[in-house]
Design a protein around this ligand. Structure first.
Ligand code: ASP
Length: 342
């Protein structure tokens, strides 16, 4: 018998486990044994590790709701047998997966930590070793009462732990690839790992709930000065698109273009749902602050406040997939479900 915390690693792919294909020179995914061989330190950690792998592992550009469901189901099925979960994942779409999982796995009392790396684990300057080892330590970490310190979906990258549905990938080449401007870090790793316990999410219920019905009939429209509403008119087709996220300027502003306004009000009138988030990295939508956003309030566009694009898309897919009533979807879009908005 051992008292070591027991963790399940779910290896989905990403740069961390990639190797150079000698024929093409491209980075391709490789199996988990390769990672294990590169990090013999894993043997020395005071944790017991088991692994499930995607076959084949994927570049995270291939991620989609089917894979999200697979990951969420794996966590759910193994939940009782492990103290925490580490998901190895490509960094490109890690924030989308973390956001989706935060809605799919609600009322967690154990950590689900996503990590990966910018350089493959087999390369000398890799960031993968530190990311993997510290993510494991965080997933295994418990307080004096024996409760997991982190009880939510989080992303660990380059010495920082972020709430999964609050972070975004901000750099294609820096090791510090993620940030969470609208929510403080959940932990920082230096000589010790310092947890920001007050900011960690704790749900009232401790009974894990799994939601796997996601509706991907959603659209994302990033407006820009001079955009032609006509170009986007097919997007506002309620038969095809059930929810639209508009990325607007600043505190939620858009041009007062008649054609665009007509598209929006007709779409809502026909049963569509529109969520307004800002293109800015930090700060929040405040509909009605300027004349250029007061129209949104009038026609029933919902303010996504300070949600990231990744969280907004995941939340829209989750609500459209799990709720039948449009009123309920609108109501829940406007409030925080699992810490995704302030
Ligand atoms: N293309 C890779 C992926 O997201 C990049 C990475 O892992 O950092 O799978």
């Amino acid at each position: 018998m051992t008292n070591k915390p027991k963790l399940l690693i779910i290896y989905t792919g990403g740069t961390i486990g990639m190797i150079n294909d000698p024929k093409t020179g491209h980075l391709i995914s490789f199996d988990f044994d390769h990672i294990y061989q590169q990090v013999p330190e894993l043997e020395r950690l005071q944790v017991s590790l088991e692994t499930i792998s995607f076959h084949p592992p994927i570049d995270s550009s291939e991620m989609n709701p089917v894979f999200w469901t697979d990951i969420a189901q794996k966590v759910y099925d193994n939940y009782a047998n492990y103290d925490g979960f580490v998901i190895l994942h490509g960094s490109d779409t890690m924030a989308y997966t973390a956001s989706a999982l935060s809605f799919m796995l609600q009322d967690l009392s154990k950590p689900v930590i996503l990590t990966g790396s910018q350089l493959p684990i087999g390369t000398i300057r890799t960031d993968g070793k530190e990311n993997l080892i510290t993510a494991i330590e965080i997933a295994a970490s418990k307080n004096e009462k024996g409760e997991s310190r982190i009880q939510e979906v989080a992303v660990y990258f380059e010495f920082s732990l972020f709430r999964g549905n609050r972070c975004s990938k901000i750099s294609a080449n820096q090791f510090e690839a993620f940030s969470s401007p609208n929510y403080p870090k959940l932990a920082e790793a230096g000589i010790e790992i310092n947890f920001n316990t007050e900011k960690a999410f704790k749900s009232e219920s401790k009974e894990l709930k799994l939601f796997t019905n996601l509706n991907n009939h959603v659209a994302l429209l990033k407006i820009f000065p001079g955009f032609s509403a006509n170009v986007y008119k097919n997007l506002f087709d309620i038969n095809e698109v059930k929810g639209i996220i508009i990325e607007t300027f600043g505190a939620g502003n858009a041009p007062s273009n008649d054609e665009f306004r007509q598209l929006i009000s007709n779409y809502i009138h026909n049963g569509g749902i529109i969520l307004n988030i800002t293109q800015c990295n930090s700060g929040s939508v405040q509909q009605g602050k300027y004349e250029t956003s007061s129209f949104f309030d009038k026609v029933g566009v919902i303010s996504g406040k300070d949600m990231t694009t990744e969280a907004a898309l995941a939340k829209m897919m989750y609500l459209l997939g799990s709720q039948d009533s449009r009123e309920e979807i609108q109501k829940q879009l406007a409030i925080s479900i699992c810490g995704e908005m302030s």
